[in-house]
Each structure stands twice: as C-alpha cells, then as structure tokens.
Design a protein around this ligand. Structure first.
Ligand code: FE2
Ligand code: FE2
Length: 311
C-alpha cells in the first residue's frame, strides 16, 4: 500500500504559532493560584482511577490533593526526560539520516523546528515540576515507562537501535497529543492548565509530522526491516500504556497508608479503556500503511494482546 505524501512538509506558521516563539503564559504558582487550589485539581481526577477507589475516597481532601500534585510532578518529570532522550533522539535520527533514509529538505527543517519545541516543553515541564515538588515536599520516583524503555534500548543491537528509537518517538508523539487533549479539557489549576494547553498546541502538529514520517520511513524499509519494526511496535506500545504501580505504592506509604491498605487500593482500581482510546489514531496510521496486512505482523500484535483485525 502506498500513501501519497507531500514533497514539502512545513510546520504551519511555526514562527508565530509554536509555544517557544509565541506563548506569553507564565507557569508560576502565585498565592492566588494556591488559594484556587482548594477548589480545583492539580491533575484531572478522571485520569487517575486510583482516586476513585473506596479507600482513597474516604481519605482527607488534603491527602487526595497531595496525591494529585505528586502524580503531576511524576508526569512532568517523565515528560521532561521523554522530550530530551526519546523524542529529540528520534528527531536527530531523522534529521541526520541515521536510518539511511534521507528526508526531503523541508521535512528536515520541520524536524529541527520540532526539536526546538521539545526542548522548550522540557524546560517548562521541569520548571513547574520543581515548584510543585518544593511546595508538597515530593520525593521523586523514576517512571516505570522510562525504566522499561531504557531496558529495551540496552538490549537492542546497535544495528537495530536507530529504527527502534524512531519508532519509540513515533509512538510517544502520537500518544501524547491525545493524552494532553484529555488533560486540557479538565478543571485543573490555572498555570498547570495553561502549560498543558500550550504544550498541546504544539503536539497536535507534532503528531501529524511523526505520522507522515512513519509513512515515509515504512515505505522505504525492506521487508525484513518492516518485520522487525512490526515485531517491536506492540511491545513498545505496551510500555507506553503502563501505569506506575511502584509510584502509587510509594506515595500511599508516604501518605500514611499501611502496606496492606496500599495493595488493596491497587486491587480496587477500576479497569479503564483510556489507554486503548489514546491509541486509536496511532493504530489507524499503522493500518493505513498496511502494517497489519501480513499475518506475521498481526501475530506480533496478537501476542501482546492488541487486537488489530484486518478487514
Ligand atoms: Fe512536547
Ligand atoms: Fe512533540
């Protein structure tokens, strides 16, 4: 299957629309913001199903707010590291022909613009995370997703690494746009909301860019390289869907819950389809590129429990 791609790729009005060039928002926790935090959330509660469990629902409002704030810090720290080490690494691979595939010049320039965007996202995510972390005296935990990604990267051969890293970037960029969209539609504290909205403005364009790059790269891969890509895609997608149980157990302990109660909270968490919904447009990109045409490719997804029926 061939999808026609534009010979020129421009990130529309990057100079006037990208957050790093145009946003005036400041993401500071002023006294006014802190007063408003009594009635607003630090992180959308609908995206943290553990907050809906009976044990947490019976805890004090201060405990619930502290858990929200701690998760926000965890998410921002994850974002900061992801932008630098994953997304920008994937962009370096595209820009510097490390896949031995040369993008058209205008696509490379768009990639350089995205690289700049991501560095700015890392900066503002870190700045906000530091402020909240000090306010709540939060102990940071390394993200389970980043730990698993690091394990996967260290067990990948040098020959396969550029393709693996590009695919990690593609998955990350198509999922984060949906994740940020969900967050930006909720009632959260103002500077946090402004930051997420500014980030989302860029990510909606980034998702399009990475989807187009995936098509460009996929069409140029030999069948054996396509098979390798198809074999790692579902494993990597599953890493991006992980919920950080270790983070939750540590934070419940810090909030004063005994170990056994913390484990009960884990057990009570309602099953959610959020991750599956976030994946829809990415899976659509894969389907449009014919990734699921080969039975061997579909088997890789089946083995990881990701259903990809080919009509
Ligand atoms: Fe970003
Ligand atoms: Fe991005």
């Amino acid at each position: 299957m061939r999808i026609n791609l534009p010979s020129s790729f421009i990130v529309e009005n990057w100079d006037t629309r990208s957050s790093v060039r145009s946003r005036k928002n400041q993401y500071y926790l002023t006294q006014e913001v802190l007063t408003a935090s009594d009635t607003k959330d630090w992180f959308p509660t609908s995206m943290l199903p553990f907050l809906q469990t009976p044990i947490i629902q019976c805890s004090s409002i201060q405990t619930q707010k502290a858990l929200q704030a701690s998760y926000l810090v965890h998410f921002l720290d994850y974002t900061t590291e992801l932008e630098h080490k994953v997304v920008n690494r994937a962009l370096e691979i595209l820009i510097h022909d490390e896949l031995e595939i040369t993008l058209p010049e205008s696509w490379k320039q768009a990639g350089l613009q995205l690289y700049t965007d991501e560095a700015y996202h890392a900066l503002f995510s870190h700045q906000l995370s530091e402020q909240i972390s000090k306010l709540f005296n939060i102990q940071r935990t390394k993200s389970i997703r980043l730990t698993k990604l690091a394990d996967t990267i260290s067990s990948t051969s040098e020959d396969n690494l550029p393709l693996l890293m590009f695919i990690v970037g593609f998955i990350s960029e198509t999922l984060i746009a949906k994740e940020l969209l969900n967050i930006s539609q909720q009632q959260v504290i103002r500077p946090v909301l402004s930051m997420f909205i500014d980030h989302l403005q860029d990510e909606a364009r980034h998702a399009k860019y990475f989807s187009a790059c995936f098509t460009y790269v996929w069409q140029k891969l030999q069948p054996d390289r396509q098979a390798y890509a198809a074999s790692i895609l579902p494993k990597l997608i599953k890493i991006f869907c992980l919920f950080d149980e270790n983070w939750l157990l540590k934070n419940l302990k810090k909030s004063g819950f005994p170990d056994q109660t913390a484990k009960e909270v884990l057990f009570q968490i309602p099953k959610s389809n959020n991750n599956l919904n976030n994946m829809k447009s990415m899976l659509e990109t894969l389907r449009n590129n014919g990734v699921f045409k080969a039975a061997q490719h579909r088997d890789f997804f089946d083995k990881e429990g990701i259903i990809v029926d080919e009509p």
